[in-house]
Write a protein that binds this ligand. Sequence first.
Ligand code: CTP
Ligand code: MG
Length: 240
Amino acid sequence: MLTAAGSGSRLGHAVPKALVELAGVPLVVRAAQGLALARCLSAVVVTVPPLEVGGFQALFAGGLVPGSDLPATVVAGGATRQASVAAGIAALADDVDVVLVHDAARCLTPPGLVRAVEAAVRGGHRAVVPALAVTDTVKEVGEPDASGARPVRATLERTRLRAVQTPQGFDRALLAAAHAAGAALAADESVAASDDAGLVEALGEPVWVVPGDERAMKITTPRDLALAHILVEDIPPLLP
Ligand code: CTP
Ligand code: MG
């Protein structure tokens, strides 16, 4: 599943973030190429802004990418990422037993990372996230005082922290159960889950970490897009 239904408010472009171009290719098309090249998927559901369904259907009319036989189903996403993934789960074919959920905004994710996550799920880990070690020192803070300054509550032990990426991989039944259990949170951005593994954790089920990849960075701000421009010059075109 490719989540592409966000507006990209922090990026600040007039078009939805997934349609913003990086060196002439929309982010969602680059992300789709990475999934196709992994050659371990049987179909892809793309969640898109509800007002843009027709435009995205045209983009994927010939399948996920030209020359691949991967069928693409475009579905209207929801108000939050969690709601969009729930809509995507509802559109999965009956025979699917492993689901990878991937952000279109992580458009330079290498196919090898997709394969590694898929292999970890097939190997028996029912919820798998790729992640990188954290380089910043991360502190927990409390409520601000009148000046706006916040008190530090704790310094988290950095060696125990990981910054998680996508694709996140799941046994289909576990992912569906996690979203069903967390459904009450899905409508409200302030409480909705920002990743699917969080919903699995809330069920009390184990989630496993495999090594992430710097190229799976998420494009959130204009600075991220500028960095992606630099990276893409170092990455050969994924498909002709
Ligand atoms: N996403 C989605 N449905 C939503 C919100 C987000 O499918 N309602 C997708 C985005 O398209 C993106 C991924 O989830 O590929 C990660 O979300 P994020 O980086 O937050 O993207 P946006 O929500 O579009 O950006 P912003 O929060 O800055 O508006
Ligand atoms: Mg968002």
